[in-house]
Design a protein around this ligand. Structure first.
Ligand code: NAI
Length: 300
């Protein structure tokens, strides 16, 4: 067993930290010695409205427990607001070590009934609302030769959920974003991971029965996020977490079948069993892993 995970001297930004999971993460980073930027627009679940009161309340909680934090009311989709948040943190504390991109909204409807505008706004908050804060800290982390980034994905993105085509698309986009950042960040010790939480928050109030909600406190997810943001963190991991359970989600490709360069659609049909046989499947570390397999198998 190693030493306790600490963040003394480190600066951590948590977006969407005015309530739910983000609040729980912010409190725990502060408890472990971090200086914390508590960002929250103070919006309703659908993204409407806004006030920095929620972020300020979490800062007050941190201060009451002897920690150090500042509140920030910028929307994660607002370029100027995100830039000002990062500048303020650097001016006050001199660095940014950790970014937890957690802010999010829902606009659930079956795809048949969904307006494209509801699709676009969910993609904007989750995807661009992660990309913009990451972009704002990326050069800082590169110049420090240190950074930890955690994006927040979802079982809806990984596996699907009725009524959440917009949300699922946005959430799995973050895994794609992580997959390349983990490669580009490597030489500067920037590690990028994803958390896939399940927690009882206002976001899930309407989706889960009351007996489930008690088991699923956000505090049971936070240890996973803290580890993914620590010095010993892995990179490129998708950690699923909820109710005290932690697991790794992976995108695994089967070994597949070489059917020849002239293979027909019928050959694909007739070899479906071999194509989909899970034996020998692999989770590639980059896209090149797949290309290498194709070339190797075609030469066998
Ligand atoms: P929540 O609604 O309590 O927290 C989301 C926070 O983000 C809110 O405080 C909201 O004001 C803030 N926010 C929304 N738009 C913002 C913007 N443009 N700029 C800044 N802040 C903004 O919900 P919860 O459950 O804590 O969600 C946190 C994250 O975890 C989200 O990304 C969500 O999609 C994700 N998630 C949650 C799951 C769950 O079971 N609760 C499951 C899978 C993913």
């Amino acid at each position: 067993m190693g030493a306790d995970i600490r963040f003394d001297g480190q600066v951590v930004i948590v977006t969407g930290a005015g309530g739910g999971l983000g609040r729980s993460h912010a409190l725990e980073f502060a408890r472990r010695g971090a200086k914390v930027v508590v960002n929250d627009l103070g919006a309703a679940v659908d993204g409407s409205g806004g006030s920095s009161a929620a972020a300020e309340a979490v800062v007050a909680e941190i201060a009451a427990a002897g920690g150090e934090a500042i509140a920030d009311g910028a929307s994660v989709t607002n370029d100027a607001g995100v830039a000002a948040m990062v500048e303020r943190a650097v001016a006050k504390w001199g660095r940014i070590d950790v970014l937890i991109a957690n802010a999010g909204i829902l606009r659930d409807k079956s795809f048949a009934k969904m307006e494209v505008a509801d699709f676009a706004s969910v993609v904007d908050v989750h995807l661009m609302g992660t990309v913009k804060p990451v972009k704002a800290v990326w050069e800082i982390m590169r110049s420090q030769n240190y950074g930890r980034i955690v994006v927040t994905t979802s079982s809806t993105g990984l596996y699907g959920n009725f009524g959440q085509s917009n949300y699922g698309a946005a959430k799995l986009a973050l895994v794609g974003f992580m997959n390349t950042l983990k490669l580009e960040g490597g030489k500067n010790d920037i590690r990028v991971n994803a958390i896939s939480p399940v927690a009882a928050t206002r976001m899930t109030d309407s989706l889960m029965p009351p007996e489930m909600l008690t088991k699923l406190a956000p505090e049971h997810v936070t240890p996973g996020v803290v580890y993914l943001a620590s010095q010993e963190a892995p990179t490129g991991a998708i950690l699923t977490a909820g109710a005290g359970v932690f697991a790794l989600a992976q995108i695994v490709e089967t070994d597949g079948a070489y059917l020849g360069t002239g293979a027909s659609a019928e050959a694909v049909r007739d070899n479906w069993r071999e194509i989909t046989d899970p034996a020998g499947g692999e989770a590639y570390q980059s896209g090149a892993g797949q290309t290498q397999k194709f070339l190797r198998k075609s030469a066998e």
